[in-house]
Design a protein around this ligand. Structure first.
Ligand code: URA
Length: 435
């Protein structure tokens, strides 16, 4: 095959065969195809798009460029996983994985790190002393066998083609292209071998996709890839206009996770855990309907089964499970500042992106992948959209280990807020379900 001809075909709006796509991905991963030809191909895809078969072939080729697991038939019950496109305060995976595993459904979860204003599941887990997110394939399978759920990070051996292509997309203005995004996400997610998948596509101010139409296109694209790959999937479009829950920042979000696993915590977080968990139990064949699944998950959160499973996972991955009790053990910051409301009124807006950036400014996030994060830093919200507040009342608490970070983060946080008269229109938490 001649790369020039394949680029020419795509540039002119043609359809590439799975073999042609595999040839391009394989040659690029091995170093045979230069950056300039892959850049031209990516730009051609940006303008001409890809159909379902092409996108599925791209995903499969990227996944096959590295290690992957095939868990089909390994367990008596079908495995299930969840993927979120990311947001601010989105810690749903943490209580969800053990809640689902408490019913004997294996949850092999491959997660990511935070970048920019969004947080990452791995960073949150690593705020638990000793917790290891880098497990070998054998260790990962061992934890899955013994506990039923394991959460690990992507290694260099998982979808190396995506790593190389993403770096190129980053500098060639081809990141915001739905087929490329869908293939990139799923080449990594499907490598951990889940047989079924719940997709949480966030929409709104703090989401990767800020417009509903784009979020829907991404959801449809990912569902198509899952279908072609023989994995049953359901996609939810959920709100990310304001942060999810009250905690934003790594150790703070672990504490909120433990609250949720204790049958308490914020209602929006609990709702997503119950709804996604219910769907995962149905997809795995554990319950007849998602409604039965939701009841089961709600019960496991209330009666301690999900929390016990979380403790088992933490211990199996080397973490100090004592943090799950009320005895502390999570990193704490030196400084805590209560931010007071400048006026009386009702919270009209709490822009998720600005809250995420404020948390990053406190030390909780990174602007470059090599940055070191402060696990104790972050924001605990006391008020959210629709809440009444009096002048001088606390709106939020800022946590930092470096006092000089507090004033700029406070400014940024206050910039996220709009306080006014009247009750704002209530936004839905779950906008749409697609199958
Ligand atoms: N996340 C990914 O993993 N890949 C993309 O292309 C965009 C978001």
């Amino acid at each position: 095959m001649i790369p020039y001809e394949l680029i020419f075909k795509k540039r002119n709006g043609g359809r590439l065969t799975p073999d042609e796509i595999r040839f391009l991905v394989d040659s690029y991963t091995r170093g045979g195809l230069p950056d300039y030809q892959m850049s031209a191909f990516l730009m051609a895809v940006y303008f001409r798009g890809m159909d379902k078969t092409e996108t599925a072939a791209l995903t499969q080729s990227m996944m096959d460029s590295g290690e992957s697991l095939d868990l089909r038939g390994r367990f008596k019950v079908r495995t299930a996983d969840k993927h979120s496109t990311g947001g601010v305060g989105d810690k749903v995976s943490l209580p969800l994985a053990p809640a689902v595993a408490a019913f004997g459904v294996p949850v092999p979860m491959m997660s990511g790190r935070g970048l920019g204003h969004t947080g990452g599941t791995l960073d949150k887990l690593e705020s638990i002393p000793g917790f290891r997110t880098r497990l070998t394939k054998e260790e990962f399978l061992g934890v899955l066998d013994r506990v039923g759920c394991a959460i690990i990070g992507q290694t260099d051996r998982i979808a190396p083609a995506d790593k190389k292509m993403y770096s190129l997309r980053d500098v060639t203005a081809t990141v915001d292209c739905i087929p490329l995004i869908a293939a990139s996400i799923l080449s990594k997610k499907l490598a951990a071998g889940p047989e079924s998948l719940v997709l949480d596509v966030k929409t709104g101010d703090g989401a990767f996709m800020r417009e509903m139409a784009d979020s829907k296109r991404l959801a449809v694209e990912m569902l198509g890839i899952c279908r072609e790959a023989g994995r049953e999937a359901v996609a939810f479009i959920t709100d990310m206009d304001q942060p999810l829950g009250l905690a934003v920042g790594n150790a703070l979000e672990i504490r909120e996770t433990i609250d949720c696993l204790s049958g308490a915590g914020p209602a929006d977080l609990r709702e997503l855990v119950v709804v996604f968990g219910g769907e995962m139990l149905r997809l795995a064949g554990k319950t007849k309907s998602a409604a039965d699944g939701r009841k089961a998950i709600a019960a496991a959160l209330s009666d301690g089964r999900a929390k016990r499973k979380f403790a088992e996972m933490v211990e199996a991955q080397g973490g100090d499970a004592r943090v799950i009790g009320q005895s502390g053990g999570l990193p704490a910051s030196k400084y805590v500042e209560a931010v007071k409301s400048p006026r009386t009124g009702t919270i009209q807006k709490l822009a998720a992106r600005d809250v995420g950036v404020a948390s990053l400014m406190l030390g909780a996030g990174r602007t470059r992948s090599e940055d070191v994060i402060d696990p104790a830093a972050g924001i605990l919200l006391a008020k959210k959209v629709g809440d009444r507040v009096k002048k001088g009342e606390t709106l939020a608490y800022l946590y930092a280990n470096d006092a000089s970070r507090l004033p700029p983060a406070r400014e940024r946080y206050l910039g996220a807020l709009k306080i006014g008269a009247g009750q704002p229109k209530k936004r839905k938490l779950i906008w749409q379900i697609l199958k």
